[in-house]
Design a protein around this ligand. Structure first.
Ligand SMILES: Nc1nc2c(ncn2[C@@H]2O[C@H](COP(=O)(O)OP(=O)(O)OP(=O)(O)O)[C@@H](O)[C@H]2O)c(=O)[nH]1
Ligand SMILES: [Mg+2]
Length: 231
C-alpha cells in the first residue's frame, strides 16, 4: 500500500478499562479539551475525527468502551489497531484488570502499540496504586505508561495521546517496511523517556472537531467488527 493510501485508513484506538476509571472523561477531554463530570456508561461510543498527527491530517477512530459490556473485549481486540488501557490510581482492582489486559495484549497483539494510563492522579489521599509498580509492569510488556489527571488539566493528557498517535502511525510505516532506518518496533515501544521529553514545553493545541459520534449497542458493535474484517 502506498504511504498516502495507508494514511487515509483510520487509526483505530480502543480505550479499555473497568468501570468508573475515567475512560469517557479522558476521551472527551482529549477530543474537546473539556472535562465533563458524568457520562452515560451502558454502551460503547465511537468517535470519528481527523486529527493532526505528526503534522498531517489523519483520520482517527476512538472507541470509548463500556465496562458494562464485558463480553465485548474480543471484539475490541479485533477491531482496534492500538489500545489505551486505563485504570484509576485510587482503585487497586482496576489496576489488576489493566495489568492483566496489558499482559494479554502483549501476547495476543504483540505488534500493537499499547498505552497504559493511571488516571485520577489528583486524588493523592485516595491512592491505592504506586506509579513505580505500574511503570515497571508496562515496561515489562513493551507498553508505554503515564499517570494523568483528566480532571486537573488537559495539557499532559493531550501531549501523551498526541505522541501515542504519532507512534502508532510510525509503527504502520515500520510494519510496511518502508522506513527501516528509524529503528526496530521494539526500540520504539520502549521509548518512554523520549515521549516524556517531547511533552516539555508543549502548548495545548486548539480543540479538535469531532466529525462523527456513533453510539453502539451490542449488535451494532459486532457488525462493526465484521465490517472491519472485510476491509
Ligand atoms: N478526581 C477525578 N475524577 C475523575 C477523573 N477522571 C474521571 N473522573 C471521574 O470519574 C468518574 C467516572 O468517569 P467516566 O469517564 O464516566 O468513567 P468510565 O471509565 O467511562 O466509566 P464506565 O463508562 O462506567 O466504564 C466520573 O465521576 C468522572 O468525573 C480524574 O482525573 N480525577
Ligand atoms: Mg464511560
Amino acid at each position: 500500500m502506498r504511504t498516502e493510501e495507508r494514511n487515509m485508513c483510520p487509526i483505530r484506538i480502543a480505550v479499555l478499562g473497568t468501570s468508573q476509571v475515567g475512560k469517557s472523561a479522558l476521551t472527551v477531554r482529549y477530543l474537546t479539551k473539556r472535562f465533563i463530570g458524568e457520562y452515560r456508561s451502558d454502551t460503547d461510543m465511537l468517535y470519528k475525527c481527523v486529527l493532526q498527527v505528526d503534522g498531517t491530517p489523519q483520520p482517527v477512530e476512538i472507541m470509548d468502551t463500556s465496562a458494562s459490556c464485558d463480553e465485548s473485549s474480543d471484539a475490541h481486540l479485533q477491531w482496534a489497531e492500538a489500545f489505551v488501557v486505563v485504570y484509576s490510581v485510587t482503585d487497586k482492582e482496576s489496576y489488576r484488570w489493566a495489568a492483566s489486559t496489558v499482559q494479554e495484549l502483549s501476547e495476543r497483539r504483540a505488534a500493537s502499540c499499547v498505552l497504559m494510563l493511571g488516571n485520577k492522579s489528583d486524588l493523592h489521599h485516595l491512592r491505592e496504586v504506586e506509579e513505580v509498580e505500574a511503570k515497571s509492569l508496562s515496561l515489562t510488556h513493551g507498553a508505554r505508561f503515564f499517570e494523568v489527571s483528566t480532571a486537573e488539566s488537559c495539557v499532559p493528557l493531550t501531549g501523551v495521546l498526541d505522541h501515542f498517535l504519532k507512534e502508532v502511525k510510525m509503527q504502520r510505516t515500520i510494519a510496511s517496511g518502508s522506513n527501516i532506518n528509524n529503528g526496530s518496533p521494539k526500540q520504539r515501544k520502549l521509548s518512554v523517556t523520549r515521549m516524556l521529553g517531547s511533552l516539555i514545553g508543549r502548548h495545548s493545541p486548539p480543540p479538535q472537531p469531532i466529525t462523527e459520534l456513533i453510539i453502539l449497542d451490542k449488535e451494532e458493535r459486532s457488525k462493526l467488527v465484521r465490517c472491519s474484517r472485510q476491509i
